[in-house]
Design a protein around this ligand. Structure first.
Ligand code: ACO
Length: 333
């Protein structure tokens, strides 16, 4: 909260990495019983990117290198790397440790954060604390997921929804008042685990022939329950955050929601009273990249000139946990 801040934590750079391979809805028609029109009408997705021959750290490191290049920084100037992911390269070490090595960030410490689709906003809130307290000057916050690694290509209700991708921001110290992270609000309802999870591979169901036969190493969800929860909670937490900062939806320049389903995005914006032209949407091209959606969308919005210095930006997400939250920023670049 504002009282505990010594410094501001601004986003000084934002970058993304999307794998080259495109898989269209028509490609999926050849694998499961589905149709391009069903997927487009129910989700807004027309295609997704798929990463081949590499793991999540590859995409996260690409983002990290692009952030360094954008700010012309030496890797040794990074203090901390946080990677939000539910598809780490390995159970351990953390993917953030692999990124630290791959980019040569010799001074940085690093850890992964697991909050599914809310991972990036959770990581943003976490990273900002280190900058605001004065403990660190530069924190990389990256959301990266290779969802194709945990997607069941025999389950048409989930396999059409996800894609691979990564994005991230550099958080840097600022002494300018009122810029960067203004506030955030995060929540959990752990009783919602049953609605969205991957059961296999952890200590509850360690990998075995049985867990593979039962297809437990894939994401499972009750789509309708998650859909309703997402709309209600994203709107609720976002409005609460605005209200406690004395702001209204119309004060926002840009709303960047997690990209899980176009209908969820539109229903959330409607519930909040946000005009459509203030909502960043790119789910049609990339589907749900979990930790990646918000920074990828933010990076595209920035490139499109949809954010100018001083603009108010609200990011929000819901994901497995169930987790949800929003972060409010004043754009500083
Ligand atoms: N193609 C064709 N038909 C399909 C497909 C498909 N790919 N998938 C499901 N169907 C069928 C169902 O079998 C069902 O048929 P039935 O009526 O004969 O039983 C029918 O379509 C309707 O199914 P619903 O599940 O009711 O469809 P709905 O409109 O709810 O859309 C969807 C499903 C897209 C999954 C939606 O519920 C959704 O987006 N939910 C939220 C997903 C989400 O946001 N997840 C969180 C992110 S994941 C994370 O945190 C890691």
């Amino acid at each position: 909260m504002a009282e505990a801040k010594r410094y501001g934590a601004i986003i000084s750079a934002v970058e993304r990495y999307l794998p080259e391979k495109v898989v269209t809805n028509h490609d999926l028609e050849k694998i499961v019983e589905t149709s391009d029109s069903w997927i487009r009408e129910r989700t807004g997705i027309t295609q997704r990117r798929i990463l081949e021959g590499h793991a999540t750290s590859f995409m996260a490191s690409e983002v990290a290198r692009r952030l360094l290049a954008r700010r012309q920084l030496d890797p040794a100037e990074i203090d901390l790397i946080i990677v939000a992911t539910i598809t780490p390269d390995m159970y351990f070490p953390a993917t953030a440790c692999l990124v630290q090595d791959q980019i040569g960030a010799s001074r940085a410490w690093a850890f992964d954060l697991s909050a599914a689709c809310s991972g990036f906003v959770y990581a943003l809130a976490t990273g900002a604390q280190f900058v605001e307290s004065g403990r660190h000057r530069r924190v990389m916050v990256i959301g990266a997921d290779k969802m194709s690694a945990i997607t069941d290509m025999q389950d048409r209700s989930t396999c059409v929804l996800f894609g691979d991708g990564a994005g991230g921001v550099l958080l840097e110290r600022s002494e300018e008042a009122g810029m960067g992270m203004l506030d955030f609000e995060m929540h959990v309802d752990g009783s919602g685990c049953e609605h969205l999870h991957m059961k296999g591979g952890g200590s509850l169901h360690p990998a075995s022939h049985e867990t593979v036969d039962q297809r437990l190493h894939y994401i499972r969800q009750e789509g309708r329950t998650v859909f309703k929860f997402a709309v209600v909670r994203m709107a609720e937490v976002s409005l609460s955050l605005l209200e406690r900062n004395g702001l209204k939806a119309e004060d926002l320049k840009l709303f960047v929601p997690h990209q899980a389903n176009l209908r969820i995005i539109e229903a959330t914006a409607d519930r909040m009273g946000i005009a459509r032209d203030k909502v960043m949407i790119n789910i049609d091209k990339y589907a749900n990249t979990t930790g990646g959606t918000i920074p990828i969308a933010l990076s595209e919005a920035w490139e499109l000139g949809r954010l100018q210095r001083g603009d108010l930006l609200l990011m929000t997400a819901v994901g497995g946990g169930l987790t949800w939250g929003s972060a409010l920023f004043r754009w500083a670049i």
